[in-house]
Design a protein around this ligand. Structure first.
Ligand SMILES: [Zn+2]
Length: 326
């Protein structure tokens, strides 16, 4: 088993992870934003804003923030390191690539499409070992992603490269799925490469309203993410809550992790941002604190015990990063 997890400020004992939000983002940019030379960002202002948001989380008892931003969506490990240092929140960043198709926000730029599995694996492994940028900030998790209802050829390369790098470096995988599909196909590929299921979080499972889908994944031994808490356009929270209560009652709370998938800052001029960006920014439920301040009390009222909630927010992240058996 693994005793430490790599954060953006260095290794941390898994016992110190504490209350962990397993899927959030400090900032995201559509691939190509950096080519727009007319777009200027005030890094200091962005950072001050991120720190203020993280400090609010810390006041609520959150200790760790996993930001599985794929490499090509404006991932900024040095920004994360500065935010972690100033706020006192542990941040885990990722290596890995996003979906190649299926959403307005797709990734996998041409440069990576031209690479094979071994080459992508080498990039992941090098980042995990040596870090990113001048300050050599090391990722602590690998992100893989698939679009809706199929696994694209580049997505499959990234899944295989991710699994191999995860085995080589003893790190975990966390995934993006789209429209509640392809979780089992992701497991087929990752486990087919020899990765243990308990080293994997299949993300965004709450996008699918069918608990038979959730069970089909967890019965194979992985964790699943109910990590879109508050995103009513994907699934109303009432359904998210009734599904969680049903799965907890069936004994699956040791395999579920919770988060918002909130994006604190987008790399757009406000007037240029597409509706998907502006609508989420206007929604009061889209914040890093909604889960603890509003969702958890509702979940408790619906029947989830305090113990089950602690299991999902504290124990499961620690056991996942430690690689502990379920
Ligand atoms: Zn995300």
């Amino acid at each position: 088993m693994t005793q430490t997890v790599q954060t953006v400020l260095g290794p941390l004992s898994v016992d110190q992870l504490g209350l962990t939000l397993m899927h959030e983002h400090l900032k995201i940019g559509y691939p190509g934003w950096e080519v727009d030379t007319t777009l200027v960002f005030d890094r200091e202002a962005e950072l001050a804003d991120a720190i203020a948001r993280l400090e609010r989380l810390r006041a609520l008892g959150v200790s760790t923030f996993v930001d599985p931003c794929p490499m090509e969506l404006a991932r900024d490990p040095e920004f994360m390191a500065d935010a972690a240092r100033e706020s006192g929140i542990h941040i885990v960043c990722s290596t890995g690539l996003y979906i190649e198709q299926g959403l307005e926000l797709a990734g996998f730029p041409a440069y990576f499409r031209a690479l094979g599995i071994e080459q992508i694996q080498r990039i992941y492994t090098t980042e995990l070992r040596d870090g990113v940028g001048e300050r050599c900030v090391r990722p602590g998790v690998i992100k893989c992603a698939t679009g809706p209802h199929k696994v694209g050829e580049h997505e499959e390369k990234s899944l295989r490269a991710g699994a191999r790098a995860a085995l080589e470096r003893d790190v975990r995988i966390t995934t993006h799925t789209t429209m509640g599909s392809m979780g089992n196909e992701q497991l087929d590929i990752l486990m087919g490469e020899g990765l243990p299921a308990n080293h994997i979080v299949i993300g965004h499972c709450d996008w699918n309203p069918d608990t038979a889908y959730h069970r089909s994944l967890m019965e194979r031994g992985c964790y699943i993410g109910f990590d879109g808490v508050g995103i009513d356009v994907l699934l109303p929270d009432d359904t998210r809550i009734s599904n969680l209560v049903e799965l907890i009652e069936a004994g699956f709370e040791r395999q579920i992790v919770l988060s918002h998938d909130h994006i604190g800052c987008w790399h757009f001029r406000p007037e240029d941002a597409p509706p998907v960006v502006t609508s989420t920014q206007a929604d009061p439920k889209r914040s890093y604190t909604y889960l603890l301040e509003e969702f958890i009390p509702k979940l408790q009222k619906a029947g989830a015990s305090e113990r089950a909630i602690d299991t999902m927010l504290v124990d499961n992240p620690r056991r996942y990063f430690a690689g502990e058996p379920l």
